[in-house]
Design a protein. Structure first.
Length: 226
């Protein structure tokens, strides 16, 4: 029996993050804030049992608008119910970058402020941590998808990229993957690939830094030996 996994997948847009997540075991539930998951599921995974909840965020034109609390509360209730129902083998947060933004903003609105104080981050951190803990306790695969952003140190752009979202994501994941779109060859022989690099994992440290092109769930669990 393959053990359930918590996997973080990060990458730039159109690097194959959502596609890789849909190779995980079904029945599969996707909380899609990216509003592109349905197209991929219908066109490339039509034979899989995939349920998608597309959550559209409101158009915000004023930083005084209160919008996040109802979205966060509805998402959290549905996520908890889905985890506890036993209906799904895999839950996907696409993207967890947006989930963290909603969680953070919901707590800020709860405190009736425009900005949260540093000492007040315990509550949103606990709420995000609970998403990972529920999946682990229930024995459900959890895939969190994140964007990447420029990494700054003391105000200077390092030229590197880092995960855009909850900073404790990597520490809560069994496997941390970064995706990159690659083109190998030139002209008519050029081939587009989705390259997945295993940045970190808790099973085999020799795999850290290795990459696999157009990989899927079955190849990953075989490599990890789980």
């Amino acid at each position: 029996m393959v053990m359930p996994l918590i996997i973080s997948i990060s990458g730039l847009p159109k690097s194959g993050k959502s596609h890789l997540s849909m190779t995980f075991p079904a029945p599969l539930k996707i909380f899609s804030f990216d509003l592109g998951a349905t197209y991929i599921a219908e066109n490339k995974f039509a034979d899989k049992e995939i349920v998608i909840n597309e959550i559209a965020l409101p158009i915000i034109e004023d930083d005084d608008e209160q919008w996040a609390e109802p979205i966060w509360n509805a998402f959290r209730r549905e996520y908890k119910d889905d985890i506890e129902s036993g209906k799904y083998e895999t839950i996907v947060l696409d993207t967890a970058t947006v989930v963290w933004q909603i969680c953070h903003q919901a707590i800020t609105e709860e405190k009736n402020r425009k900005k949260m104080l540093e000492v007040e981050y315990m509550k949103p951190n606990l709420k995000m941590s609970s998403l990972f803990a529920r999946a682990r306790v229930a024995g459900v695969n959890l895939v969190t998808i994140q964007y990447l952003r420029d990494k700054y140190v003391k105000g200077d752009n390092t030229g590197e990229l880092e995960l855009d979202g909850w900073k404790r994501t990597a520490g809560n994941a069994d496997v941390v993957i970064e995706m990159k779109r690659m083109t190998l060859g030139e002209g008519a022989r050029a081939k587009n690939l989705m390259r997945a690099t295993i940045v970190d994992n808790r099973f085999d440290r020799d795999l850290n830094g290795t990459f696999y092109d157009d990989t899927d769930y079955n190849e990953l669990v075989a490599l990890l030996g789980v």
